[in-house]
Every structure is written in C-alpha cells, then in structure tokens.
Design a protein around this ligand. Structure first.
Ligand code: SF4
Length: 342
C-alpha cells in the first residue's frame, strides 16, 4: 500500500522533502499558505557567500514540483490536525480533509519585524530600511533614497531583534552577519562612490567561505566595520539620519550622519509554525522554534509520533543546511513508515 505524507510549508525545506519523498514512491501533499512556493527565496536577489543569483536555486526548487507527482495545495493553511490509530486527520482552511501516514512540518521562519525596535525608526523614517527591503532594491536594480537621490553614506546595523533581551530573543540568528557583509559588498559594487559602515556586536562568520567574504569586504571593497551598538536613529532637518553608537573598541560614544540605514533583521519562529505548534501539540523551545527530540541525533523528530521537522522551523539555518536537514527528515520518515519492507 502506498503511503501518504503531508508536508506543511512550500519553502526550501518543504519542497526538498516533497521531492525526495516522491522519488521513493511516497504520495505527497504539499501545503503552502501563499500562492507561490519558494518562501523567502522569492524575496532575495543574490545569496551568500558567492553572490549567486537566488533564481538559480529557485529554478532547482521549481523543478521539484514540475518533475514529480506532488499534490500542491497553495493558498492553504491547516486548521485542525489530529492523530488517531497511526493516521493523521488534517483539515484545511478550504474545508479539505486529508488523511496521512506521517506529517513533515517545514513552516520556516519569519524575519523579525523591525518596527518593534522603535529606536531605529523603521516605518517612521523613510530611509531606514531592512535587509529584505535592500534585496528588493537590488532586484529592481535601483538603490535610491525616498527623494530619488543616490545614497552616499550607508550604515548596516547587525543583530536587529537577535541577541536582544528587550525583543525576547537571546539567540543569534547566525546568518545576518554574513548577509550584512554580502550586502555591504554589493552596495560598494553598485554605488562605487558610497561609504559603507557595518555596526556589529561580534562578527559571527561561521560558515564555509564566510570569513573570506569578510576579508574581501574590508580589503577589496573598503567596507568599514565598527564594533558598537547603535542605540538610536533620528532624522535631521536636512533629511539625514543621525545615529548614536557606542564604539566599544575605541571606548567612546559616536554620532554619525547617514543617508540610509539598513537593519539586519534576525530570524524568528514563523506565525504559521506557532499555529501548527498549538493545534498539533508540538513542543517548542525557549527560543520558540520547534524543539527537537534530541539535538544531536533526533533534530528532525518531534514529540508526537509520526510528525517530523525540516529546516528553519527548528533553528536558523542557511540554504545548504536547510536542504541537508530536509533530506535527513526524509530518512526519518522512510524509517518510520518502513518503506520498502512490505
Ligand atoms: S549572525 Fe551576527 S548579526 Fe546575526 S544575530 Fe548573530 S551576531 Fe548578530
């Protein structure tokens, strides 16, 4: 008898899981809340560390739903999900009833809502933007200020909503340092006359070729890295942004005028994930991401038998790690369903 797995979330992890399950002969229903699959990748122009176009990865992911027999349900959310006699009964917002042998949760992450850090003025001052807004500008091939002028002095603020007691997020989002370095290089490349400053607490460049990128940013592109926390931003009468920074290396406070401020928003458990946690009685950790059964050898396994996790719904991960985690989830599901044994 063919097995049926419901995958919740059509981002990188969900698509990879769906494709791999389909290849081994498992029926898959892939549930996506938006009208398109691809998740955050749709909003990113280029990827670190090699500044490859995200459309190349998107093409690979689009091929998964095109080339495999996957039942894709877009604009769909889960309203109810219960386990009875080794089966899951799932009800969607469109009134569809599904029965599954296993469920994979791949609800991904949400970017921290930068307006919560009022002191940086996102949503108040036009030229305070987020890393995601900047990606959109790169995609549109237009880096300009609200008045149409080209920015000359640009600041990037690290750790927005991460490692932040006030925001309730003690953890490090792991990828915003390298994103800042990538975007700083791209800004210098795009606007050769600009000056770009990164304000960081610690540089966490713990991935393959991240450190090299950091070095390139300084040596080739002249990006300035200032160790210090931006405490606030305000707007001057001539529409510049005035920021106050505690330069912790020089040990003195600093005031700077900028044209544009880019907030490196961290990663949080998605709202969709929170809803699934509640209706599925799935455990979450202190950081509010899904809690794995065992951090070392069970990072795909949930507290509910037959429910597995894939990707950034469990912790911040880059795309490479997300795909590996998704493939590991597939191995767990195959083992659970004993596919190939009967
Ligand atoms: S990766 Fe860097 S910017 Fe992001 S939370 Fe960690 S230290 Fe802060």
């Amino acid at each position: 008898m063919r097995k049926h797995v419901v995958v919740i979330g059509g981002g990188v992890a969900g698509l990879e899981v769906a494709g791999q399950l389909s290849k081994v002969g498992i029926d898959v229903s892939l549930i996506e809340k938006d009208s398109n699959t691809g998740g955050h990748l749709n909003n990113w122009h280029r990827l670190f560390p090699d500044r490859r176009k995200s459309s190349e990865v998107k093409k690979y992911l689009d091929g998964i739903t095109k080339n495999n027999d996957i039942k894709l349900l877009t604009d769909t959310t889960i309203e109810e999900f219960k386990r009875t006699n080794n089966h899951f009964s799932i009800t969607t917002n469109r009134g569809k009833e599904l029965t599954a042998d296993a469920v994979i949760v791949a609800t991904g992450f949400d970017l921290f809502k930068s307006a919560r850090k009022e002191e940086y003025g996102y949503g108040i001052y036009n030229n305070v933007i987020t890393s995601a807004d900047l990606e959109k500008m790169f995609s549109n091939d237009k880096i300009v200020l609200a008045n149409g002028n080209v920015p000359e002095i640009i600041g990037l603020v690290h750790c927005v909503g991460s490692r932040d007691e006030k925001a309730g997020n003690f953890y490090c989002s792991k990828l915003c340092c390298v994103t800042a370095v990538k975007q700083a290089i791209e800004l210098r490349e795009y606007l050769p006359g600009s000056k770009v400053f990164c304000f960081y607490m610690d540089m966490r460049m713990g991935g393959a070729f991240y450190e090299e990128l950091y070095r390139e940013a300084q040596e080739k592109w002249g990006v300035s890295f200032i160790r210090g926390k931006v405490s606030e931003a305000s707007e001057t009468i001539e529409n510049k942004l005035l920021i106050k920074v505690e330069d912790t290396l020089a040990g003195r406070p600093l005031k700077m005028k900028l044209d544009m401020l880019v907030l490196m928003a961290g990663m949080e458990m998605s709202d969709g994930g929170k809803k699934i946690a509640e209706i599925g009685k799935l455990k979450t950790g202190e950081n509010r991401f899904f809690a794995a059964n065992d951090n070392h050898f069970g990072s795909n396994v949930s507290n509910v038998k037959g429910v597995f996790y894939a990707g950034t719904c469990t912790a911040p991960m880059n795309i490479t790690e997300t795909i590996s985690h998704a493939r590991a989830a597939v191995v767990e599901v195959i083992d659970y369903l004993k596919v190939g044994e009967n």
